[in-house]
Design a protein around this ligand. Structure first.
Ligand SMILES: O=C(O)CCC(=O)C(=O)O
Ligand SMILES: [Fe+2]
Length: 284
């Protein structure tokens, strides 16, 4: 693994853009094409393909038509967490590329997690297993947006899990927050962006910060991204490790069951890093 300048990566940042990651470009392109094809189909056909079966590994939802203040201008095809995934029920246009992709990106995520934890001199084998137990994937399709009021494809947020591997196409839109500024992430089709999520911020007592990000709309070109989320199992309880606490760095977060953290996050509109408040210790 190396960064975009070709240097070997040391995961000491909360954000990296990686190439030479072992996922073939042909497979990346195949996934983008399958996703584009899926979203070009009429909605009824999309629904039919997804079979509306309770055991279907997929769900599809759109933010375009929801009423209210907090709309995201995007369609999403979501893959349920791995234990519920019956890949035989996937529509055939998606089955082979996605099963392949999920496997390849899964081992990449495991390798990345290992490097992160080894860099922190923690038990890398154990922690990388724990923090990649729950795997989900969403394919985001952002249609061109004719309305000026819709500024966001996806509102500012941090991801709730441990690490996210994000693949984009060649269309701009993703921005990362650095202090008070929003920085454009240049789209690079062969790369994966690695983003630290909230669970690593909690585990490291705030030493690593989860990445706040958002996607802007544009008026002319559709955009596709595929986000692969890795997280602890829903029954796992995540809290700061003793090693990250000292007089200078007092306890910042309380331990929370990941399932509760997730439900809390999904119960309200995305709003920056506000979900972390659930875990924040009260200061007296
Ligand atoms: O589309 C993107 O680049 C980002 C998507 C994202 O942030 C998410 O799905 O959580
Ligand atoms: Fe995200």
């Amino acid at each position: 693994m190396s960064d975009r300048t070709g240097k070997k990566l040391l995961f000491l940042r909360n954000l990296s853009n990686i190439i030479n990651h072992g996922v073939p470009l042909a497979l990346q392109n195949q996934i983008r094409d399958a996703a584009r094809h899926f979203f070009s189909l009429p909605t009824e056909i999309q629904r039919e393909l997804l079979q509306a079966d309770p055991f279907s590994p997929l769900s599809v939802f759109t933010g375009l038509k929801n009423e209210g203040e907090f709309r995201n201008w995007k369609h999403t095809l979501g893959f349920k967490p791995n234990p519920y995934m019956n890949t035989n029920l996937l529509p055939c246009i998606l089955r082979e590329p996605f099963v392949n992709f999920r496997e390849k990106v899964g081992s990449l995520a495991h390798g990345v997690a290992k490097e992160i934890f080894a860099g922190l001199q923690l038990n890398a084998d154990l922690l990388s297993d724990i923090h990649t137990r729950r795997q989900t994937m969403t394919v985001n399709y952002y249609p061109p947006c004719p309305e000026r009021n819709f500024t966001y494809g996806i509102r500012p947020h941090s991801d709730f899990g441990s690490i996210t591997l994000l693949m984009q196409d060649e269309v701009k839109g993703l921005q990362i927050r650095k202090g008070g500024n929003w920085i454009d992430m240049n789209p690079r089709k062969d790369a994966f962006i690695v983003m630290i999520g909230d669970q690593i911020e909690i585990l490291t007592n705030g030493m690593y910060k989860s990445v706040e990000h958002r996607v802007l709309t544009n008026r002319s070109i559709p955009r596709i991204s595929i986000a692969c989320f890795y997280a602890p199992a829903e029954d796992d309880v995540i809290g700061p490790l003793g090693k990250f606490m000292s007089k200078r760095t007092p306890l910042m977060y309380r331990a929370v069951k990941f399932g509760d953290y997730l439900n809390h996050g999904f119960s309200k509109p995305l709003n920056g890093k506000s979900n972390l408040i659930l875990s924040t210790m009260e200061c007296h």
